[in-house]
Design a protein around this ligand. Structure first.
Ligand SMILES: [Zn+2]
Length: 421
């Protein structure tokens, strides 16, 4: 540990690599476009592979297009410790999303190797293939591949120019014929760690560089259709109206109020899409369809809010003379980070951070979401400016990234040796 920085990791090397990787698929001054399985993505993967080999890791690109580098452990039979994220980006993306999770994990493994720390179990550092899902309209491809969660027909999906995923994967070095051999057996992975920018404004608002993720919230998606009766906007008296848009407006406010009802709770409720029929300035709206996105890390509270919202819909319908129906589109459960990993992160933050990092939920999903189906997982969030992500303006301060990567390193050492980093 150097007295000046309090860090064991090599921060200059970490920043240099982030900067160098950002030159591949560079977009404007600060953005990147590295679509999954594109030539830029491959160039990025080959560069990271080279760095892995410089660090003394053995490497492979597996059948799903994942880049995997590994360090041997004392006992090859023990469930392995995996860490990583992704380096593919959105078409109009930033340079930190996913990247700090891969390069941070590589930095952690390299630091262990340089300090002669031999883990009990093998450690694998992974850059998962196609987390973003924008090219073939379905993400988390590589991580679902190794965990056996790919669905029928995924290889036949095409991008905007008609290239199938199968073709793109083959040209990348992947191989659908070898999928089965590239899957991990149940129990083979003991834990997964992911460092990621927050992609939200919470840490910045708290004035804290790093946070420990409590879990990834699952969204409840509903579609609500409210129906009234159309009439001439100039002639139907107000008491006789059945205005579906007025009902929808009250429902939207009700959802907003419900999501805010416990100050400080991470509950979020959003109506993001609204369709009005017949959508004419002089006709009373007859039918309004709108979407509901409701999330919370606490599933009991989310269920209570849903029940309250449904009761309010019923009251609103009676009050404004409407009928309505609710369709459930998606109902995903929250996936919680392992308490044992969060405890290690809290302990290992001592002497690194002024205070124990705050816990916060993740609204967006990550590679961790798929990993949570097969092993314990833990995530570290790094503060990002104005919560901006999936945008070239995405920014995380070097010091915040260093602190996140150092906490990842210390957590990795503790989990793989039982000793403090
Ligand atoms: Zn990401």
């Amino acid at each position: 540990m150097t007295a000046s920085s309090g860090l064991t990791i090599n921060r200059e090397r970490l920043h240099r690599r982030i900067e160098e990787l950002a030159q591949i698929g560079k977009l404007g001054d600060t953005g990147v476009c590295r679509l999954a399985l594109s030539p830029e993505d491959l160039q990025g993967v080959l560069l990271v592979k080279e760095w892995m080999e410089d660090a003394g890791l053995q490497t492979r690109i597996d059948a799903f297009g994942n880049l995997i580098g590994w360090l041997d452990g004392k006992d090859a039979g023990k469930p392995l410790l995996m860490a990583g994220s992704h380096i593919d980006s959105q078409p109009y993306g930033g340079r930190y999303d996913g990247v700090i999770g891969v390069l941070g994990a590589l930095e952690a493994a390299q630091t262990m190797a340089e300090h002669g720390i031999v883990p009990e179990m093998p450690i694998e550092i992974v850059a998962f293939c196609d987390e973003e899902g924008c090219r073939f309209n379905k993400g988390l491809f590589g991580v679902r591949g190794i965990t056996g969660k790919l669905e029928e027909g995924e290889l036949d999906r095409t991008d905007a120019s008609g290239v199938t995923r199968r073709e793109a994967l083959l040209s990348f070095g992947g191989d659908p014929d070898r999928f089965d051999a590239a899957k991990y057996a149940p129990g083979a992975i003991g834990a997964f760690l992911e460092l990621h920018i927050e992609q939200g404004p919470v840490l910045e608002a708290l004035g804290r560089p790093v946070g420990i993720v409590s879990g990834i919230s699952g969204p409840l998606w509903l579609t609500v259709e409210m129906t009234g009766f159309a009439g001439h906007a100039g002639s139907v008296p107000m008491p006789m109206r059945k205005d579906a848009l007025v009902g929808a407006a009250h429902a939207i406010i009700a959802l907003n109020d419900l999501a805010r009802s416990v100050p400080g709770a991470p509950t979020v409720g959003t109506v993001g899409s609204l369709t009005v029929f017949p959508n004419s300035r002089n006709i009373i709206p007859e039918k309004v369809t709108f979407t509901v996105d409701l999330r919370d890390i606490d599933m009991v509270r989310r269920d209570v809010r849903e029940a309250q919202f449904r009761r309010m819909l019923a009251d609103i319908a009676v009050k404004y003379g409407l009928t309505y129906m609710v369709r459930e589109d998606t109902n995903s459960e929250a996936r919680y980070c392992a308490e044992r990993i969060k405890a290690v992160m809290r302990t290992e933050s001592a002497g690194l951070l002024d205070q124990v990092p705050p816990e916060l939920m993740s609204g967006p999903f990550h590679d961790s979401l798929a990993m949570s189906q097969v092993c314990d997982y833990g995530m570290i969030f790094v503060r990002c400016k104005d919560g901006i992500s999936h945008n070239p303006l995405e920014y995380a301060a070097p010091r915040d990234i260093e602190l996140g990567a150092e906490l990842l390193y210390r957590t990795m050492v503790r989990l793989s040796t039982g000793e403090g980093g």
